[in-house]
Ligand binder design. Sequence first.
Ligand code: DHE
Length: 586
Amino acid sequence: MFNGSRSEYKKWIVFGSVALPLLFPLTPAVAQDKIKEHDTSPGAMYVPEMNTLSQMKLEIPGRRPGDPVISAEEFETAKKIYFERCAGCHGVLRKGATGKALTTDITRKNGYEYLRDFITYGSPAGMPNWGSSGELTKEQIDMMARYLLIEPPTPPEYGMKEMKESWKLVVPVDKRPTEQQNDLKLDNLFSVTLRDSGEVALIDGGTKKIITILKTGYAVHISRMSASGRYLFVIGRDAKVSMIDLWMKEPATVAEIKVGTEARSIETSKYKGFEDKYAIAGSYWPPQYVIMDGNTLEPLKIKSTRGMIYDTQEFHPEPRVAAIVASHFKPEFIVNVKETGKILVVDYSDIKNLKTVEIEAERFLHDGGFDSTKRYFLVAANARNKVAVIDTKEDKLVALIETGGKTPHPGRGANITHPKFGPVWVTSHLGDETVSLIGTDPEGHPDSAWKVVQKLEGLGGGSLFVKSHPKSEHLYVDAPLNPEAEISATVAVFKVSDLTQEEPKYTELPIGQWAAIPEGQPRVVQGEFNQAGDEIWFSVWNSKDKVSAIVVVDDKTLKLKTVIKDPKLITPTGKFNVFNTRNDVY
Ligand code: DHE
């Protein structure tokens, strides 16, 4: 009989108001020899957190016979945990992405104990060990196992009405300056993401002084520039886009809009004749992108990305929009759709009669950038350990390349001229120390084109970004998510001319140590060059209540140049130099 205790309670169901024993079978607890306790890799922990969705009030779906008991309070907590920790892999609607589907037909077949043990111990296939790592308590895991046995709540859609309601034209175009009103060297300005304060800092690349700090969206993510270099676009994870006019006496936000509930990417039209005309933002939820007026952010066209997975031809209800870049060869945006594995080439020359080329690439597209000629776009299908290459002149897939490492994460990648293989594009990996060099010159070096021509050994796993510059002779590789504190605060630098050696060695830059931060365990992340290409900036990313910094390194000597510290520099992560960002220099 039901004895009312907590452990009994979860094995019972509510049918009306009467507690009955579970109608679906509970399979035995997961055998411990099958799911061994294991350490979680940086890759397994580096998954999207749907923080905005987690805070949204959603109804408990209508109860069905067989549902376990879950109170409104528990549902709220479990939903929050699910969107923050689980939805990134298993999907908002639990239909699966990089992680398995967790729809009730599956979870009920597996049963409560199986779910509880799986969440506790994880699996070597990539599921983090939430319980044994101490990330979730026993009570939270119990709640999660029960939450997974009921139907998932569906967050609302977000269309033109909602976008228009959120749209604020703070300074109309005719009230803006007609020429630059400040003395800033705009092309050497850096927009720095202050992640946890939801702000960007604009820092002068010459004086290293903070010009201003502006409020942006929640857990602000990336910055991109308009083609002219006048407007800066910033997107937060809450899908709020801020448009900043750098010509004003003090650069300020002139327009804002919320384009969805969860988003990560923003870009602007760059083709000749369309400079500053359009902006585009891609969302994780709802799965869609929107083309906006490039001067006002007025939303003009929303396109859903729901559809068939490229290879299985099965419907995916929530394929997220990952990286977006703007072609330099045609009036086109290149939109990467994660779960369906499609790259959409969106022709913005006539958005009323929108033409889109849909390229079959690979699932789990994430981040990428151009080769040095800007003709080819290379993007990581990270959970497939591949890089897809698109020819933006022909709008075609050129190659799908196994990178030879685990979970490629290039950022926008790095372009260097290899002494033997000519122009190559580089990616590092989240899952191991591999740094892969891919030949990108089919005419000059046909034997090397679209192949991994060399693999270097970096500092270790947990790398997120590589960087170089046409004027630099170095390739920089970070490792912010490496579990070793010292490695995560260090950057490896390869000398390009040394790459012909059998096992090229790197120089270690102790960036974290140079920042001389008294407390915490700051991670060193994302190098970004200045306009001249003679210095590189790294963020020393500490927790939000502790001191962070930006360390500037002389590219020629690899010596410390300056440390930028300020109490207002809270959790600096991405840095975007105006010139390099608008011209895709990396
Ligand atoms: Fe990012 C780029 C998604 C976590 C810093 N990140 C991108 C892009 C995507 C993405 C799709 C490419 C945008 C483009 O080019 O249009 N990032 C995600 C996630 O889904 C993920 C894994 C988890 C999440 O919930 O958001 C995630 N990202 C992070 C971080 O934790 C980082 C390290 C710190 C931070 O500020 O949040 C981070 N992501 C960055 C940076 C870029 C980026 C700095 C741009 C790199 C560049 O050189 O262009």
